[in-house]
Design a protein around this ligand. Structure first.
Ligand SMILES: Nc1ncnc2c1ncn2[C@@H]1O[C@H](COP(=O)(O)OP(=O)(O)OP(=O)(O)O)[C@@H](O)[C@H]1O
Ligand SMILES: [Mg+2]
Length: 322
């Protein structure tokens, strides 16, 4: 069944059981998340460290099994099925380009491996051509194909990881903080390259990052997460200009403004304290322990998602008052 959405997750939960001595604790890493990605678009997924972003990515890829909820890929329910037929459609790029590439494999084999798995009938010549073409698309000279990962810079390695994920021409990619480990100047190059490749190949991205500055440029929609829950979803422009959730406002305040005049007059909401443990989350709104607008209701009851129209949704009891 084909759909307007390449990916849809509904009330997705991923809990982990961890042993602490004789006690068993449940880590509610993802605890009821719903959002969708349209074909050919980029959705940014942001939130502080530990809020469950990578777990969502890994669960969508089914590297982790979900505890509850549904995952649909292009209209097909992939929540519990065998993933082999779906790996061609969906790939993931990981944060750390130093540990995600096998140091004993040449670039040619790293990029060729997914082809060997997904297209075992492909002949040698076709395989080589596809690898060379893909390396060229990510800006790696094909003469460097016989080299090993340690002979490349961090930015080049991330280009190789992207080539590996794209070589089978997927329709959807989970990019888990693909530029966070890189120098700021290299980050912009990689993001621009990802946008060019998306335009050429028409693929959709779920782009994970911990700050809103990085996803601003690349995303059409943004999902803001906190402690395993979605706090706000909006069109990217709408989210930057009219953030509705105090947590989104705080994340936006953390983005540096290059102009000192604007910077001085801007109202800042500084986040204080740490993210609570997902083993023992707050009873009401997950953000209530750090929110300066929190009232008793916020500490008692989790807020429902309010639809503000135009695809803008917010989970805040105090929406409209603050
Ligand atoms: N396999 C696992 N077993 C137990 N707990 C886990 C496992 N994977 C993740 N967690 C926990 O789930 C929570 C969410 O982790 P996750 O890696 O998804 O966060 P994140 O938003 O990607 O953070 P970061 O920005 O640091 O990458 C954390 O508290 C983490 O310790
Ligand atoms: Mg992560």
């Amino acid at each position: 069944m084909s759909s307007e959405f390449i990916l849809k997750v509904e009330d997705l939960k991923t809990h982990f059981t961890v042993n602490k001595g004789r006690q068993k604790n449940v880590v509610k890493a993802v605890d009821g998340v719903s959002f969708a990605v349209r074909k050919g678009e980029t959705v940014g997924l942001v939130g502080e460290s530990g809020c469950g972003k990578s777990t969502i990515g890994r669960t969508i890829m089914r590297f982790n099994n979900p505890t509850a909820g549904k995952i649909y890929l292009d209209g097909d329910d992939i929540t519990t099925c065998d993933m082999a037929p779906y790996r061609k459609k969906m790939q993931m790029v990981f944060q750390d380009p130093y540990s995600s590439l096998d140091p004993r494999m040449s670039v040619n084999d790293i990029v060729g491996e997914p082809l060997d798995i997904q297209f075992p009938q492909m002949n040698r010549k076709e395989r080589d051509e596809r690898i060379i073409e893909q390396l060229k698309l990510v800006g790696i000279n094909s003469e460097q194909r016989s080299r090993f990962p340690h002979e490349f810079s961090g930015g080049q390695r991330q280009r190789i990881s992207i080539a590996r994920a794209m070589v089978i021409k997927p329709e959807f990619m989970v990019l888990d903080e693909p530029v966070s480990a890189l120098d700021v100047s290299i980050q912009a190059q990689i993001i621009n390259m990802l946008m060019d490749l998306q335009a050429q190949m028409g693929l959709a991205y779920l782009f994970i990052a911990h700050d809103l500055a990085v996803v601003r440029h690349i995303s059409q929609h943004v999902v803001v997460m906190y402690l395993g829950h979605v706090m706000e979803i909006a069109d990217a422009q709408e989210l930057y200009h009219h953030p509705a959730h105090p947590y989104t406002r705080a994340l936006l305040s953390a983005i540096p403004i290059p102009d000192p005049k604007t910077s001085r007059t801007r109202h800042r909401e500084i986040l204080q304290g740490d993210v609570p443990s997902p083993i023992n989350p707050p009873k009401g709104c997950p953000f209530s322990t750090r929110c300066r607008h929190a009232i008793d209701l916020c500490r008692e009851q989790p807020p429902a998602m309010t639809d503000l129209g135009g695809g803008h949704q917010v989970a805040c009891h105090r929406y409209g008052e603050i």
